[in-house]
Design a protein around this ligand. Structure first.
Ligand SMILES: [Zn+2]
Length: 284
């Protein structure tokens, strides 16, 4: 499995290590009713279509915009009116400028806009910001966008399609690796736990949860993921109580039984990076 992943990734890189955008396939996956998600390279894009127009969640990278629009056009010919950024990262906001030029209105939490400026990002920030939540009343249903506790970053939101019973969870929740806590952009491990509690609270047994990266999940998947993180949190707390250094805690096998499934093996999503964020936060 690891070998296959390596080959697939290599297939999308040129000899100089640059991403080969032409090699990226962009596909639409149905979720429920008129809600789908688009897979390409970067975060899963939420897609909601109907007579009032196209509603998008995130937009991956700028070089993929034409392919993304072509994928949208396989399910709707309506104008692309609204786009919500789940958070600031370039693999979710890279297409903002292109969509903005097409006339799409781009929304995001106020911390997405301010933190992009602080971090010196060159991507276009959301045009319209909010502090807690907002709702879109389009295509026959209510789409509720609401802030989570600071988790992956300080600007994370969940987007719930009330009638379709679908939630796009952004990168707070991913099924590809351990969670990545971007502490340089206001992310928090303990906030991530609270954000999972919230996700569980606003879901029922039938809710389809679209992660920032990975495949459609349900509330039981999220519960199991949260419970694993509670175990890891308690083990790191134990290591701190025993006076272990961060390096000792990282070497102590605290996540051993979970690593095969969840350790990405690179900085983002690895056990070592996760333990570092838990350890650092619990020491403060
Ligand atoms: Zn992210």
């Amino acid at each position: 499995m690891a070998l296959l992943v390596t080959i697939l990734l290599a297939g999308a890189q040129t000899a100089t290590g640059q991403q080969d955008w032409d090699a990226i396939e962009v596909t639409v996956h149905p979720v429920s009713g008129s809600v789908s998600y688009i897979e390409g390279s970067g975060g899963n894009i939420g897609l909601f279509v109907g007579d009032d127009g196209v509603f998008l969640i995130d937009d991956q990278y700028a070089p993929l915009t034409d392919k993304i629009v072509a994928a949208i056009r396989t399910v709707s010919s309506e104008p692309i009116r609204f786009l919500v950024n789940t958070h600031m990262h370039p693999d979710h906001t890279g297409g903002n400028e292109n969509f903005g030029k097409m006339g799409t209105l781009i929304f995001g939490h106020e911390n997405v806009r301010s933190q992009m400026a602080i971090a010196g990002y060159t991507q276009e920030p959301p045009l319209i910001t909010f502090s807690e939540d907002m709702s879109f009343h389009i295509n026959g249903e209510t789409v509720h966008v609401f802030k989570t506790p600071n988790a992956h970053t300080n600007g994370d939101v969940y987007i719930k399609f009330e009638a379709s019973n679908v939630i796009h969870a952004g990168d707070v929740y991913r099924t590809t690796s351990y969670p990545y806590i971007d502490t340089s952009n206001g992310g928090s491990f303990l906030g991530t736990i609270k954000a999972y509690d919230l996700l569980i609270e606003v879901s029922d047994a039938d809710t389809k949860i679209v992660p920032g990266h990975g495949v459609i999940s349900n509330v039981e998947d999220v519960r199991a993921f949260r419970d694993m993180l509670l175990v890891i949190r308690d083990r790191v707390a134990g290591a701190i109580r025993e006076g272990q250094s961060l390096e000792e805690a990282q070497a102590a096998g605290l996540t051993a039984e979970y690593d095969e499934r969840w350790d990405s093996g690179r900085r983002i999503g690895s056990a070592a990076t996760l333990i570092e964020s838990v350890y650092t936060e619990m020491m403060n």
